[in-house]
Every structure is written in structure tokens, then in C-alpha cells.
Design a protein around this ligand. Structure first.
Ligand SMILES: Nc1nc2c(ncn2[C@@H]2O[C@H](COP(=O)(O)OP(=O)(O)O)[C@@H](O)[C@H]2O)c(=O)[nH]1
Ligand SMILES: [Mg+2]
Length: 337
């Protein structure tokens, strides 16, 4: 079996080069966006790198296709439409397992058309279990995560959006322990939004704050290390309480390894949801989403910039698919094919 890589500026050119060199039976094994060679790479330009194999039988044995025993084997055109679809999904950052699943769920016509709306719909249906979507608020929504990841800003966005679009009031609680300055940012947001605000500096104060008022509460916590006392207190306080939902906020460009470490570090507070923050700064959210899919914790919100309240969305299946496909890059790839 011969395996080769091909680098071109578009997916279409790379796939054409594979077919010309290895014939129509060639199988695409991997597609990545990489830095362009020479000066083009130095100025940040990128190109598509396709790895393909020329021995289909051997490769197909390594990547088995699941199909019912009585289904006839796919024709050459069907195989190449599926391979092309997988290649394009890989080029937009999806991992191979997800790309294969999406391609397998597509009808022959969908594989051939492979327009952006069709792809978004197919991918969205694969992501349904991961999207918490438009669920009602719990009595207490707690946000935890490393410092600077976007907890306070996300809370302000949620409260401000609810106020502006539905006239609904959510209470804000600053439970940022002992750092005096830390709760001030939330206090300012609360006064601009017109939301009730309480500070809780001790476990007892937090206990009282959580019981007070009739509104659902968004609780901002200290962005400190999970090993220190603040989180231990929080865990103790929330452990026995009903109607509490805990969101772990992670940056969209978190590597798979760091994501697993964070999930491990915060496992004692048992996150029920994950907020994917700073999508605007991430090259690809695919590595983080693969870890989230593994641990099975649904995503509640996606944040996409610093503007309050504009830059965030509920994590619906369609919004997650859009984040994964990076619509702008996808448009370019489709236009070129
Ligand atoms: N680019 C970008 N910046 C964000 C986003 N969300 C928050 N930030 C910025 O990240 C910084 C830290 O946010 P903050 O909410 O204070 O983080 P916290 O320490 O987790 O509470 C601030 O400068 C925010 O404006 C986002 O979605 N995209
Ligand atoms: Mg904060």
C-alpha cells in the first residue's frame, strides 16, 4: 500500500491531485489545514494537506464501514461522494470519527450536494445529545472554571439578554470569596442591567443568598484553583441543595488534554453543563468537543466575543454545528469545490 500527502490551497485541488495521481479508487485518510510552505506560511497563510492511500482493500479493512448485511456494497461514485464529504468535514476541523458519522448519516443525494445548510443539518442531528438548548432556568445556576475564562462576562450576558428580550429578572450573586475587587465587576453589571445583586463572602452568606428572593440566581464564583478552600466550601454547600445547576466554563481552544485535566479537577462540583467560551479566539473547537462528547456533559452556552449581551448563544444543535463547521472556512472550501 502506498500512502502519500498532497498540499494545495483548496480541498478541491488537493482531491483532484489525489485522483490524478492515485486513481479514483484512492482513499482519503486525513485532511488537515496546515501552515503554507515558505513565505506564505510566514505571513500566516494556510493550505490543505490531504493524506491518501492507493490500496483501497487494505485501507477499507482498517476503517470498516458499518452497513446492514443485506445492503449492496456502495458503488464507486457513492464511495467517492462519501470520501469527498468526509474530506471536507475533516478540512473544517472535525475529528475523523465525527466526520465518518455525519457522512454515514447522509443520503446519497445529500452526500453529492453537500451544501452548507445540508451539512449543518446533518451535523446538528449528530450533536443533539450534546446541546442543552433552550432549557428553563434552574433556581440556582452556578458558574465555575479557571480565572479569566469568561464566567463573569457570561453571567452578565445571560442576565442582560433575558432582561432585554423577555423582560425577565435574574438575580446575580458574587461569591468570589475574599478578593474584594473581584465582585465589583459583577456589581457594576448588575446595576447597569437593573438586576438584584448580593455578595457572599462566606459559606453562611452564600447559603443565605441562595435562599433569598423569588428570582432564579446566577452565581459567579472565584476563578481559583479547584484545590483551594473556596471550591471545597462551594461543593459542601451545593452538594445537598436541590434546584442547582453547575456550569463549567472552558475556553473553546482548550486542548483535549487540558480539557480532560479540567474535568478531572472540577469533578467534585459535578458540572451538569459546559459553557464553551471565546469561540471567536479559537482555531477549532473540535478537540474540546470530542472530549465533551466522551464525558457526555451537555453544552449550555457558546460565547463569541466581549460584547455584553450580544456575543453569546444558547447551545442549540444548530449553534454547535455552526461552531464546529466554522461557516466562514466552510463557505470557502465549498466555493472552491
Ligand atoms: N474574545 C473574547 N473575550 C471574552 C469572551 N468572554 C469574555 N471575554 C473576555 O475575557 C476576559 C475575562 O473575562 P471574565 O468574565 O472577567 O472572566 P472570569 O475571570 O472567568 O470571570 C475579559 O476581558 C472579557 O471581556 C469571549 O467570548 N470572547
Ligand atoms: Mg470573574
Amino acid at each position: 500500500m502506498s500512502v502519500k500527502t498532497y498540499r494545495h490551497t483548496t480541498v478541491k485541488d488537493a482531491l483532484r491531485a489525489v485522483r490524478e495521481d492515485m486513481g479514483p479508487e484512492a482513499l482519503v485518510l486525513a485532511t488537515r489545514m496546515v501552515a503554507a510552505r515558505g513565505w506564505r506560511g510566514w505571513v500566516g497563510m494556510r493550505e490543505v494537506q490531504v493524506t491518501a492511500a492507493s490500496a483501497p482493500a487494505a485501507v477499507r479493512a482498517a476503517v470498516p464501514e458499518r452497513r446492514p448485511a443485506d445492503t449492496p456494497p456502495p458503488t464507486r461514485t457513492a464511495r467517492s461522494a462519501r470520501g469527498g464529504l468526509v474530506a471536507r468535514l475533516l478540512a473544517s476541523g472535525l475529528d475523523r470519527a465525527m466526520a465518518e458519522r455525519v457522512a454515514a448519516s447522509a443520503s446519497h443525494a445529500e452526500r453529492r450536494a453537500a451544501s452548507l445548510p445540508v451539512l449543518r443539518r446533518l451535523l446538528a442531528s449528530q450533536l443533539e445529545a450534546l446541546a442543552a438548548g433552550d432549557e428553563p432556568y434552574a433556581r440556582v445556576e452556578v458558574f465555575v472554571g479557571p480565572p479569566g475564562v469568561g464566567k463573569t462576562t457570561t453571567i452578565a450576558k445571560i442576565a442582560a439578554r433575558e432582561r432585554a428580550t423577555r423582560g425577565r429578572t435574574l438575580g446575580l450573586v458574587g461569591a468570589d470569596g475574599f478578593r474584594t475587587g473581584a465582585v465589583e465587576q459583577l456589581r457594576i453589571y448588575a446595576s447597569v442591567i437593573g438586576a438584584p445583586f448580593r455578595v457572599a463572602r462566606t459559606v453562611e452568606e452564600l447559603d443565605k443568598a441562595l435562599a433569598a428572593g423569588r428570582h432564579s440566581l446566577l452565581v459567579d464564583t472565584a476563578g481559583r484553583s479547584p484545590r483551594d478552600g473556596g471550591l471545597r466550601d462551594l461543593r459542601r454547600l451545593l452538594g445537598g441543595r436541590r434546584g442547582v445547576r453547575t456550569h463549567l466554563v472552558m475556553a473553546a481552544d482548550t486542548s483535549a488534554r487540558t480539557a480532560r485535566r479540567l474535568l478531572d479537577a472540577y469533578q467534585d462540583v459535578r458540572p451538569d453543563r459546559i459553557v464553551i467560551a471565546k469561540l471567536d479566539e479559537a482555531e477549532s473547537v473540535a478537540p474540546l468537543l470530542a472530549v465533551i462528547a466522551d464525558c457526555g456533559i451537555p453544552v449550555s452556552y457558546l460565547t463569541t466575543g466581549q460584547q455584553v449581551p450580544e456575543d453569546f448563544d444558547r447551545a442549540t444543535p444548530a449553534a454547535l454545528a455552526g461552531a464546529l463547521l466554522r461557516d466562514d472556512e466552510w463557505e470557502a472550501a465549498v466555493a472552491a469545490c
